[in-house]
Design a protein around this ligand. Structure first.
Ligand code: FNR
Length: 186
């Protein structure tokens, strides 16, 4: 059956390299339906705003996560950690804590940086945070894209480096296959 994969980009920047990577990822396999799940409308997390159904943008965000078979986050690293906008979004989606849309949801993590460490610190943090809210993160795999500025066509807004596209393709296939084998234990 066709899988539906949500794509979250952890950068709000128009010319984001991570968005270029996500764009290319979304074009690699026509048998997969990709849905963009955006962060830019989310307010800053505040428990005071949780009364009732909470802010509309949050409801839309959670519904989008609920609706997909899995989510791939493509994110930069800021100051050796997870970008604030991404952590903010995860905090919103993690509520209510024992029955959130993140619970048992399969996640994949990809990150790109012009630097040399490929967002490894941010990915480790994001994995830790997602696992703490009982999301499932694709085990044993890391897709770290370093020197990303040398691997894109900025005008076309796409990642163009063939080797990196092969890594993306392999990651995507593993992720989609894994979704059907995610353990269902609590
Ligand atoms: C960065 N950048 C960065 N890069 C990195 O590899 N490790 C890091 O710890 C940081 N820290 C950091 C902090 C802040 C506040 C900014 C604004 C930037 C550089 C970052 O990788 C670069 O700006 C990317 O281009 C951001 O990703 P997008 O927006 O291109 O997707």
């Amino acid at each position: 059956m066709t899988k539906t994969i949500g794509l979250i980009v952890g950068s709000l920047r128009k010319a984001s390299y991570n968005r270029m990577v996500a764009q290319t990822l979304s074009e690699l396999d026509a048998s997969i339906a990709f849905k963009w799940i955006e962060l830019k409308e989310l307010p800053l997390f505040n428990e005071d705003l949780e009364a009732g159904d909470g802010p509309e943008a949050v409801q839309v965000f959670k519904a989008a996560i609920q609706a997909v078979d899995g989510v791939i986050i493509v994110s930069p690293e800021y100051n050796s950690g997870i970008p604030g906008v991404l952590k903010n979004a995860i905090d919103w989606a993690s509520r209510p804590s024992r029955s959130s849309v993140l619970r048992r949801k399969p996640f994949g993590l990809i990150g790109a940086t012009p630097g040399g460490m490929g967002t490894v610190h941010a990915q480790l943090q994001t994995r830790h945070i997602l696992e703490s809210v009982q999301a499932q993160v694709l085990p044993f795999q890391k897709l770290l894209i370093s020197q990303v500025h040398t691997k894109v066509d900025a005008e076309q807004h796409r990642l163009t480096d063939e080797k990196t596209k092969e890594y993306l393709q392999a990651y995507l296939q593993k992720f989609v296959h894994w979704i059907d084998h995610v353990p269902t234990l609590d």
